[in-house]
Design a protein around this ligand. Structure first.
Ligand SMILES: [Zn+2]
Ligand SMILES: [Zn+2]
Ligand SMILES: [Zn+2]
Length: 314
């Protein structure tokens, strides 16, 4: 926050906090929330009794905490609400789906050699939004358009600001009146259907590339999926998925030699570009055809976790 906009009340509050004998406990709570922007304040007590003897073993009450509350992170996955938690949760997400695919018990380590991609499927653009973009560690201007004409609402759809990670405007449209909110809501609604169609198209295209019918492919190959939906800053859904090629008996069997990582990656790109979902006309809104955005991210991953960090960074 720039100093100029910090009001006297906030400054008095900060000074009082620093002089509070409980300040270090407060700081430790804040550290434990991982920089959460909107920590949840818990109030209450926990008592542990020894049933046999009836003695109190341990008592914890939030009354003794700073302000009488225990702060825990909000754990939101929406970066617009809390960038810190969304970032933490994104890493969690990756490990979650990775673990889901590895399966743990009964899954042989040979599965780590199967062709495997970490794929991010995004929504199309519904109009420019304020974004924080970085290149080689420096923040780039948000949406610079030198000769941008004003939109029908009189706004120039250009923003040269280099936004901070905490800027409230992140994810907000440059012109709320131009932004296609309807489209973004409809997209979120059809995303599960688009995913299903993507998975079907992927199988069909793999079969085609292998010169097989879909039915015959089942005797050689199955496609294993694990996916998680997340909200981007602009409030639109995107999907992370791990897609792996297994043999006919699943992770315990080898996929055929023709089913390579390259082939999988080709099939993913094809499937993403061809599937659509239609929403019917209603309330004066016309029928719409929605599809995945052009921004597709696919990264090969190894199930022994070698590329974990790169995969999460996207
Ligand atoms: Zn948070
Ligand atoms: Zn901006
Ligand atoms: Zn406009």
């Amino acid at each position: 926050m720039p100093v100029a906009s910090a009001n006297a009340h906030a400054i008095r509050g900060a000074i009082a906090r620093l002089n509070d004998p409980n300040c270090s406990r407060f700081a430790s709570q804040i550290r434990h929330t991982g920089g959460c922007r909107q920590p949840i304040h818990l109030r209450g007590k926990v008592e542990h009794w020894d049933r046999a003897t009836g003695t109190l073993l341990h008592r914890y009450s939030t009354r003794l905490e700073p302000d009488g509350v225990l702060r825990v992170p909000c754990k939101t996955r929406r970066a617009s609400r809390c960038p810190a938690c969304a970032e933490t949760y994104r890493a969690d997400t990756y490990h979650l789906i990775r673990a889901g695919l590895i399966g743990g018990k009964g899954v042989p380590t040979s599965v780590t050699a199967h062709p495997c991609l970490f794929v991010t499927l995004t929504a199309p653009s519904f109009g420019p939004v304020h974004t924080r973009r970085q290149h080689n560690g420096s923040v780039l201007p948000c949406h610079p358009r030198r000769d941008a004409e004003p939109c029908p609402h009189g706004r120039v759809l250009s923003c040269t600001a280099r936004h901070g990670a905490d800027d409230d405007c992140l994810g907000e449209p440059l012109c709320p009146d131009c932004y296609d909110y309807t489209g973004s809501v409809l997209f979120n609604a059809v995303a599960p259907l688009l995913w299903k169609r993507f998975a079907d198209a992927l199988r069909r295209h793999l079969a085609k590339l292998g010169g097989l019918t879909l039915r015959n492919m089942r005797d050689q190959l199955v496609v294993s999926f694990a996916k998680v939906a997340e909200y981007q800053r602009r409030g639109v859904v995107h999907l992370h998925a791990v897609i792996r090629l297994d043999g006919p008996a699943g992770p315990i069997s080898q996929p055929p030699a023709w089913a390579t990582l390259d082939l999988l990656s080709q099939a993913v790109q094809h499937a993403v570009s061809v599937v659509t979902a239609k929403t019917p006309a209603h309330d004066g809104h016309p029928e719409r055809v929605l599809r995945w955005g052009a921004q597709l991210d696919t990264r090969p991953i190894t199930m022994d976790g070698e590329l974990t960090d790169q995969a999460v960074a996207g």
